[in-house]
Design a protein around this ligand. Structure first.
Ligand code: URA
Length: 440
């Protein structure tokens, strides 16, 4: 077997057998297959695609290419969650403690921000002292005590994905449905949970720009889960505009705490409760309606907020900021972006908002750049709202005047103000699970 023949096979649109995929992945991880050949293969996959069976084989081989987490010593159902990435998406901080407060376990390994999208690990690290680099023993100990623990993904887990993702990033092969599905599901398999709920984002700020593409990705991931022994379901949620009002790390933690206290923006509350209910349903905690009621109950009685506080304390975090966000380190500068005209907000482009947040230092412009945890944007007005000329659209938080000015110019491009009210945006498109598609 050699890589040249495998590239030729895929280039012609043939299916790669399991032993061929294994040769390719294990050879690449062992540094025996060079980047240029793997790049050619990725591009061939990008154009020719993969069958569902081929993608499942690829996923299992990738999952086995590094360490795995053993959660078998934790009693009860362990339910994982994954978002395909968005702007202002702080749902993990809300959903994990809700699920834990309802009696299930919510272990979660998260990533850092990527491009214009934020990452849960960066958000958590804005809580002074919060450790995301727990050892496996520490992770299990927090999980036993709090039923949830949120940590950074170990580099050794699904090693092939780490290497392939970096290569895809520089060879314009990220947005391939089989490559995204195998990347996500290989990590989920290696994390050792009993089931996973996927939040597949759809829209301007997401990898999947249309509901149709997102549905295809969701169906493939659910299918891979079935083939690999990891029950999975997927919620399709809107990412045309940012989720919630806050974009930027400590601002997002503060907003997540508002939702856990029963307040916060309606869109964020709705998506979070739907995801939590979906996870409880996967864990076998009742019908969808019963699970929704339990999730709402855990917010209303304060147990979800208390769970987050206990978990943060167990991971070294200063919990004072969770009760009072004014105790977070604050940005030096604030700048208000105002509306130039009167009308309705007919576009609020999530990707452009995310790029403006990166200019403020809330995300990384280069791979190893430092994050400014206090930087970010609070949106005062969102899609569909009426504004008058001079009204505040958003407040930008920055370390310097120059950063604030550059980001404000970019943020302004995210908005379109029109004389007529735009059509309502769909927040949740539906759910894909082992039984098929459900409109809610
Ligand atoms: N998220 C992942 O983990 N992998 C992808 O390929 C895309 C989004």
């Amino acid at each position: 077997m050699n890589m040249y023949d495998l590239i030729t096979k895929k280039k012609r649109g043939d299916t790669l057998a399991c032993d061929e995929l294994s040769y390719m992945i294990n050879g690449y991880v062992a540094d025996e297959i060079p980047d240029y050949q793997m790049s050619a293969m990725l591009m061939a996959i990008y154009f020719r695609g993969m069958t569902a069976e081929e993608t499942t084989d690829l996923t299992k081989i990738m999952a086995a290419s590094g360490g795995r987490i053993d959660l078998s010593s934790i009693p009860g159902k362990k339910i994982d969650k994954h978002s395909t990435g968005g702007v202002g998406d702080k749902t993990t901080l809300i959903v994990s403690p809700i699920v834990a407060a309802c009696g299930c376990y919510a272990p979660k390994m998260s990533g850092r921000g990527l491009g214009h999208t934020g990452g849960t690990v960066d958000k958590l690290e804005s809580i002074p002292g919060f450790r995301t680099d727990l050892t496996q023993e520490e992770f299990l100990s927090v999980l036993r005590a709090c039923r949830t623990s949120l940590i950074a993904q170990a580099g050794t887990l699904a090693r092939a994905d780490k290497l392939l993702y970096a290569l895809r990033d520089v060879t314009a092969t990220v947005d391939s449905i089989p490559l995204i599905a195998s990347s996500i599901m290989s990590k989920k398999l290696a994390c050792g949970a009993d089931a996973v709920l996927l939040d597949v984002k759809v829209g301007r700020g997401a990898f999947m720009k249309t509901a149709e593409e997102a549905r295809t990705l969701a169906a493939l991931m659910v299918d891979i889960g079935r083939g690999a022994g990891l029950p999975a379901a997927a919620l399709l949620t809107n990412m045309d505009a940012p989720l919630g009002n806050a974009v930027g790390n400590s601002l997002e933690v503060a907003e997540a705490m508002e939702v856990l206290r029963g307040e916060g923006p309606a869109d964020l509350r709705e998506v979070s409760l739907s995801l939590a209910a979906g996870m409880l349903h996967l864990a076998g905690c009742g019908t969808r309606a019963e699970c929704r009621a339990r999730a709402e109950g855990a917010v209303a009685d304060g147990s979800a907020f208390e769970t987050f506080v206990r978990m943060a304390a167990a991971q070294g975090g200063d919990t004072a900021v969770l009760y009072d966000p004014r105790k977070f380190p604050q940005a030096k500068r604030q700048c208000v972006l105002t509306a130039r005209e009167t009308g309705y907000i007919a576009r609020l482009d999530a990707e452009t908002v995310g790029r403006a947040a990166v200019l403020l230092g809330a995300g990384r412009a280069t791979k190893n750049a430092a994050i400014d945890h206090a930087a970010g944007i609070c949106l005062d007005k969102k899609y569909g709202e009426r504004v008058a000329a001079g009204d505040a659209l958003a407040v930008l938080y920055a370390d310097s005047e120059a950063q604030a000015a550059a980001a404000a110019a970019r943020l302004e491009e995210a908005y379109a103000i029109e004389p007529a009210a735009p059509p309502p945006q769909r927040l949740i498109y539906g759910t894909m699970d082992a039984e098929g598609w459900h409109d809610r």
